[in-house]
Design a protein around this ligand. Structure first.
Ligand code: LLP
Length: 414
């Protein structure tokens, strides 16, 4: 679903002060276009919501890791949630403050732990006892102290798509809430660790925030028990997960209300609150612009074949995700039913099935809405397709923040 600052001026789709079709004609398609205003407004909603408590917002780099976006957020004061050495490298390149970085993920390698420790990150969100032992031994060898939060699996159903739900007993993520106290107790004897936090992330694209609050309640009780055991917990990382509206009938959970409920529960607990939002900061701030190549009718269906494909935006085929598809120019009245598909040689290469589409002709431009999160970052070179360019709009200015890949880029390293 398109949210401001993506708006029609007469018949033309604008983002902030820029006509999207003018950008697309200059830079070609497929093309990701992001709005600086949207990203910063969404980030500021988190800052405002947490203003009354000590806090650090750690933007989840995985949602969109373009250097210019990371730089924008770093300048606004954001920290970062990373899940790989590569993401740490990006954050540092973008001028992010390592002291505001938390490192999540179930499979941190020795090299990644060393890189993070030597960069001076804030803390590790640890997901297993074996990982704690590895971090302890590496920290001891380098004569450093690693700050640790255990990522807890609180057994709360996020009620979202199974691939992006992470807080149930069967999931690979976190340490089972029933085992956490024993793990902290044993970890107290490991050298060069400072056990100071608790973290959780139960899933993504939550439109109902009750499961997040349910998990929070369980974590706060756990923190009381840990403190009673002598583990001096000072920070609580509540993860990310707030959803965004992809369809007209979906309502975005207001960040302000959710954070007010979070802060109320944490009042007087003497905790620094951390959070790791990704999608809710960048999702509605970007679109994927594509061009109609052909219309093709079969006996049973009509296809709109566009120049973007599953390699550019895999969410529809991977998560059955819905992205609105709108014209950049509302030229013709009327609608028709179509499957919107790309050029990749797979039947899974689709953006929509049986979608009611505004009339369009070959050569027309379309935008796939709400593509700022988990769009470009999941792109591949499948079918030896160069990855799309990315543009960042700022008012009536725009610039390319990643150039389109060339054929030469595609074979570099082979
Ligand atoms: N923190 C951790 C530990 C995470 O695993 C994630 C997302 C986040 C924070 C950010 O969650 P968000 O605020 O964006 O919901 N590719 C999928 C989404 C995967 C989410 C993975 N983890 C999609 O396109 O829907």
């Amino acid at each position: 679903m398109l949210l401001p600052p993506f708006t029609y001026r007469q018949q033309n789709l604008y983002v902030e002060g820029c006509d999207l079709e003018a950008i697309a004609r200059r830079e070609g398609t497929p093309l990701y276009v992001y709005s600086k205003e949207a990203i910063l407004t969404r980030y500021q909603a988190y800052e405002a919501g947490l203003a009354t408590v000590p806090h650090q917002i750690c933007y989840a780099v995985k949602a969109n890791s373009n250097l210019s976006i990371l730089r924008l957020l770093a300048e606004a004061g954001a920290g970062f949630d990373i899940v790989s050495g590569g993401e740490l490298f990006r954050v540092l390149q973008a001028g992010g403050d390592p002291a505001k970085v938390v490192f999540s993920g179930v499979g941190k390698t020795r090299d990644e732990v060393e890189y993070a420790l030597s960069s001076g990150i804030h803390s590790f969100n640890c997901e297993s006892e074996a990982e704690l032992q590895l971090i302890s031994s590496i920290a001891a060898r380098h004569n450093k102290t690693a700050r640790i939060a255990l990522r807890v699996n609180p057994h709360v159903d996020a009620a979202t798509h199974p691939y992006i739900s992470t807080g149930l007993r069967d999931h690979k993520f976190g340490i089972d809430i029933t085992e956490v106290e024993a793990v902290y107790s044993r970890a107290l004897s490991l050298p060069n660790l400072r056990l100071e936090g608790v973290s959780a992330h139960i899933g993504s694209q939550l439109l109902n925030t009750n499961p997040l609050l349910e998990a929070l309640d369980a974590l706060l009780q756990l923190i009381d028990r840990l403190r009673a055991l002598g583990v001096p917990i000072t920070h609580l990382d509540i993860g990310g997960g707030l959803g965004v509206p992809y369809k007209e009938d979906q309502i975005e959970p207001p960040v302000a209300d959710h954070l007010a409920a979070v802060c109320a529960r944490c009042a007087g607990k003497n905790l620094t609150l951390m959070t790791e939002p990704g999608r809710s900061i960048v999702g509605p701030a970007g679109v994927l612009v594509t061009r109609v190549l052909y219309r093709k009718k079969t006996e049973t269906k009509e296809f709109v074949i566009v120049d973007a494909a599953m390699n550019d935006l895999i969410r529809p085929t991977l998560y059955q995700a819905h992205h609105e598809i709108v014209p950049l120019r509302k030229t013709f009245p009327g609608t028709f039913l179509a499957d919107v598909v790309g050029p990749v040689c797979e039947s899974g290469d689709f953006f929509a099935h049986d979608r009611e589409m505004a009339q369009c002709l070959p050569g027309d431009f379309l935008a796939l809405a709400t593509a700022g999160a988990y769009g470009f970052v999941l792109a591949s070179n499948y079918n030896t397709r160069p990855r799309a360019a990315e543009v960042l709009v700022d008012g009536d200015q725009w610039r390319v923040v990643r150039r389109r890949e060339t054929y030469e880029d595609l074979i570099r390293g082979e």
